[in-house]
Ligand binder design. Sequence first.
Ligand code: SAM
Length: 479
Amino acid sequence: MYDKKSLIADEFINHQEILDTLKYAEENKNNMELIRQILDKAKPKKKGKETVCAGLTHREALVLLECEIPEVLEEIKQLAEEIKLAYYGNRIVIFAPLYLSNYCVNGCVYCPYHAKNRHIPRKKLTQEEVKNEVIALQDMGHKRLAIEAGEDPVNNPIEYILDCIKTIYSIKHKNGAIRRVNVNIAATTVEEYKMLADAGIGTYILFQETYHKESYLKLHPTGPKHDYNYHTEAMDRAMEGGIDDVGLGVLFGLEMYKYELAGLLMHAEHLEAVHGVGPHTISVPRVKKADDINPEDFDNGISDEIFEKICAIIRIAVPYTGMIISTRESQEVREKVLRLGVSQISGGSRTSVGGYGEEIRPTDTEQFDVSDQRTLDEVVKWLMEMGMIPSFCTACYRAGRTGDRFMSICNSGQILNYCLPNALMTLKEYLEDYASEETKQVGEKLIKQEMEKIPKKAVRETAKNYLEKIEQGTRDFRF
Ligand code: SAM
């Protein structure tokens, strides 16, 4: 029985409800009256001084996904861009992944770190190596990391992860600092989530991989990750453990994308219904080539066009969520989806265990092939040339604006008042400390233009003053 408030995976991600949703979407894919209603519901609306977006239910979103009328698709894309601008402005948050260990006891058939892979070198960073990686990342200009590790209670116990987080936060190299550590590790217990919350992590990220239980069990044949319900209920335990911000994701290509989108949106509805807070982020990875993995072995690969449509619909359906795209995608695809609602991207990434300190990109322990191999400086310049503001901001979480507080700022359209000046100040720090001369020139011009868009005069004046202080060498201002 479908119940979004239930704490049992099979009830809040209910197979029959997904099948009924797919049927409903198929039956209504040309029902223009309904489609119009859905698009109207999703449009940003003025409420006093604020702009609010209603979002969509999984059923409504699936009708849009199923609809193949070209004009509707065009409208979906425009609406996604409009919502992105209304909620997030033209800022794009930048982060990098940091792989700590590829030891893993699971049997995930799409991942080269699976336990049966005997030829991939196994590596786990020592604290000294973590320190060197973090220095290399700080020297690129990163302020925000997502740490990644395989699941292995002996090699990567929670104490190891906590040690790494401590090391990462402790390193202050030149003007560098990692100010937010997001964590992507396997599903765990409330006690361990509590430890992560106490360590001051940002978002806890866990991809569902697939919401289709039968496929999930086959794709995860061995190891603790085989337990679908334990994995699917992880976010509820994370929240119980005191983690305010959680990040969802599907690994597209494993199962039918329509099924996955319905499941993903039901998961978001569940978190909102139970905890009053939806997902802080949603990631949309696609299966990539890796050591002994060939994406063509999976039948459900999706075209770039469908991928773009999915991104746009997620933006419309869950307007408050941060949407993440990694370097699994090429520059070309990233450019398209940035216009359709993506608000966070990684840059200059290496997906091997250790590698940021090396001159040449190591590939022996890579989790997947990186498509976008540009440097962070190139990514920053590219974003600015498209009129976007690369942001290294971590202010919300450090000022306690997490979970429902973040969501209410976002839902009331207030995000712009805090985020624009914060984004510009962190960009200024980047330009002063790490950018090439060319990037700096593009950036200075952008900052000047964007400063004029800060609505409140007092905020604008203070931000101007802070920018001058950054030029003189002070760091880490925030609103
Ligand atoms: N081990 C952790 C877990 O069990 O959730 C998470 C860390 S894993 C390093 C991060 C994510 O990479 C996985 O959740 C999976 O979605 C993704 N991934 C694994 N193999 C991949 C591949 N071949 N191509 C693209 N992404 C992949």
